[in-house]
Design a protein around this ligand. Sequence first.
Ligand SMILES: [Fe+2]
Length: 181
Amino acid sequence: MHYNSTEKRVWGLEQSVDSIKEFQIYSESLLALLFKKEIRCDKVLAYSNHALPKGEEYDYLLNGRWHQDSLRSQFKVFLFLDSVSIDSGAFQILTGSHKKMNKLKSLMSGNVIRPSDFLSSKRAYQSFDDRWISRLCATYPEQSLVSDKVSGYIVNTSAIHRAAPCNRGSRYALCSYFRHF
Ligand SMILES: [Fe+2]
């Protein structure tokens, strides 16, 4: 559970639910088509998001969501099982932030890795300062993946991204995880 229990995650359902196994196989076929080689999906995450509580912790739950999963290119396949709006937690991405030169510029800004990271298991890129992201948006426009029906995406999650805070309604999704290849 995350975000004050408003996000619930279940791993491994592909081992017992046929439709999720099909999604896993379909994800593998999409990446095979894209990269012209066989790539195994490591695991599938099924998760739901519900509106954040409007209490004392609200501001805290809003911030620090922008992140990179990895500094190296890494791919995930997302399937949103219903309509997604900006209010119900749309996936958001900074356009072009996955490009090598742009990653290098971000690294040099000192916001991606800090000296203190080497003394802990946390990395700055796992939770960016929202003020820095606001400035970055001038260069890498924010794109929100909204849809009024079921939607799916292949995403390089080394780009800077987040799930927009869910303020209304709910969001149900599947995500296929792949190792670096
Ligand atoms: Fe992520």
